[in-house]
Write a protein that binds this ligand. Structure first.
Ligand code: SAM
Length: 241
């Protein structure tokens, strides 16, 4: 772990931090890349990220007027898609930089999504885009979802994935391992975009995430691979309605 002149913590690229060190490093990283985050996302995903978020909102399948927490909302892209579906989002994120760049107009809350300030069964649903791998404790997060989502409410969680097809995986490894870090270094922040391909290693296999979600009360939880497994989508309904 090193400290930059502005006091931000950055880890060395071969190291993946854990615990409080990871929380602080993730927050500092997103504060640093926030102003250019949307532009880089569109470039490195060839705008597929836009399509993935729309799919998540579609599969959330909640009625207009529903109240949804968009957790780890970043710059609010999912909130914009939720609002287009006439759903009422609340944006929650750890990074003040990302929240400041949020132009969705949704109410914004700064905080750690492992400890939500919302009462039990108080929302109709939750979305979360590309943040599962940044969390220090996924079972705690899934338990929080089971706590705040009302019975019959829905969740849709997106994150990057390791493609199962060998050829797609080979291309993906080269692109994210070699090309994306160079684009990131040229247009935004080198260490952040070197972290991106490595951080997928934090994610448990889909079967383990499904089991944890079911234990948290999402008994019908399902997993889908999007775009040949570049991204994954977990969807479920809170049991008990
Ligand atoms: C890759 S960005 C995704 C942003 C947005 N959801 C999207 O779809 O583009 C990950 C976001 O997770 C946030 N984050 C990471 N750990 C968090 C935590 N423990 N609590 C709240 N937000 C967190 C970061 O600040 C960052 O904005």
């Amino acid at each position: 772990m090193t400290e930059t002149s502005d006091g931000a913590r950055r880890w060395d690229t071969d190291e993946l931090p854990e615990g409080d060190e990871k929380v602080a490093a993730v927050r500092d990283m997103f504060d640093a890349i926030a102003p250019k985050y949307d532009r880089l996302n569109r470039i490195i995903s060839f705008r597929l990220d836009v399509r993935w978020r729309k799919r998540a909102v579609r599969d959330l399948a909640l009625a207009p007027g529903s109240r949804v927490l968009d957790l780890a909302s970043g710059t609010g892209d999912l909130c914009v898609d939720l609002e287009a579906a006439r759903i009422r989002p609340i944006s929650v994120d750890l990074s003040f930089g990302m929240l400041a760049a949020d132009r969705s107009g949704a109410p914004r809350v700064q905080g750690d999504i492992l400890r939500l300030p919302h009462p039990d069964a108080s929302v109709d649903g939750v979305t979360c885009g590309f943040a599962l791998r940044n969390l220090v404790d996924l079972p705690t997060f899934f338990a929080e979802l089971g706590r705040v989502v009302r019975p019959g409410g829905r969740i849709a969680l997106l994150d990057v994935s390791v493609p199962t097809n060998r050829v797609v995986r080979w291309g993906n490894d080269i692109y994210f391992g070699k090309v994306v870090p160079r684009i990131g270094a040229a247009l935004s922040d080198g260490p952040a975009y070197r972290y991106l391909p490595k951080s997928v290693a934090y994610l448990p296999p889909p079967s383990e995430m499904l089991e944890t979600l079911r234990s948290a009360g999402f008994l019908d939880a399902t997993h889908a691979q999007l775009s040949g497994g570049l991204t994954q989508l977990l969807v479920g309904t809170r049991a008990g309605a």
